[in-house]
Design a protein around this ligand. Structure first.
Ligand SMILES: C[S@@+](CC[C@H](N)C(=O)[O-])C[C@H]1O[C@@H](n2cnc3c(N)ncnc32)[C@H](O)[C@@H]1O
Length: 214
């Protein structure tokens, strides 16, 4: 993909328009991967280097990790990454075009364990519905966390949408080279981590399609 490495890494949400023009944003039409709550950008950077034909958008709400990620991407001149400082829930609901995204990663989302803080969680039924709308047919949702109970809750919310089919679930592949900042930290601490990959597709419809017609 030919992308001008000199282009700005940081994109202002106001510059995205009413619906993101992915080809215009990246200067190429590779598959779109969105890293929700990308933090300081370790996964974004390593995944973008490993998959140079894909286009990576990092979405991060908090300024400090966001600007750290921007600095790292700019310093390394990585052409296929853009970053936007935004609430991912709002971004998906407002400006991500339907059926335009290949993969959405939500890795180590803040669990906000207190009930009064649950409204701050990224993964809500509304967010999952927005992600389902944004994904292309056959697109993937990747979730990961180090908290077993929260992993179950995340899966319940995602599967509760009826829009996704579980492909794999299990231990997080921390031995791989492409991991997030939090995964690297937890791996060094010897903590258990969990991940799941889901694909867009109505489970019930898929089951029905698999039924023998007699
Ligand atoms: C626990 S950190 C994980 C960061 C990174 N994914 C990793 O695994 O290293 C969660 C990140 O999500 C960001 N975040 C929380 N709510 C968000 C939202 N609504 N939209 C975008 N980012 C959000 C936080 O600021 C934080 O950087």
């Amino acid at each position: 993909m030919s992308i001008d490495a000199g282009e700005a890494v940081e994109i202002r949400v106001g510059d995205l328009g009413s619906q993101v023009d992915w080809a215009g944003l990246f200067g190429g039409d590779g598959p779109i991967e969105i890293d929700v709550g990308c933090g300081r950008g370790m996964y974004l950077i390593d995944a973008a280097l490993a998959r140079p034909d894909a286009c990576f958008l990092g979405v991060e709400l908090v300024p400090k990790p966001f600007y750290k990620a921007c600095e790292r991407v700019a310093k390394r001149g990585i052409a296929n990454v853009r970053l936007v400082r935004a609430d991912a829930r709002q971004l998906f609901a407002d400006v991500v075009p339907p059926a335009s995204v290949s993969t959405v990663h939500v890795q180590f989302p803040d669990p906000w364990p207190k009930k009064k803080h649950h409204k701050r969680r990224v993964v809500t039924p509304e967010f999952v519905a927005s992600v389902a709308t944004a994904l292309r047919p056959g697109g993937s949702l990747h979730i990961a966390t180090d908290i077993a109970d929260y992993f179950d809750e995340l899966l319940l919310v995602v599967e509760g949408s009826g829009a996704f089919r579980l492909v794999t679930e299990g231990r997080y592949d921390a031995a791989g080279e492409i991991v997030t900042n939090f995964a690297a930290k937890y791996r060094d601490q010897g903590r258990e981590m969990y991940e799941a990959w889901l694909t867009l597709g109505d489970t019930a419809a898929d089951d029905r399609a698999g039924d023998a017609p007699f």
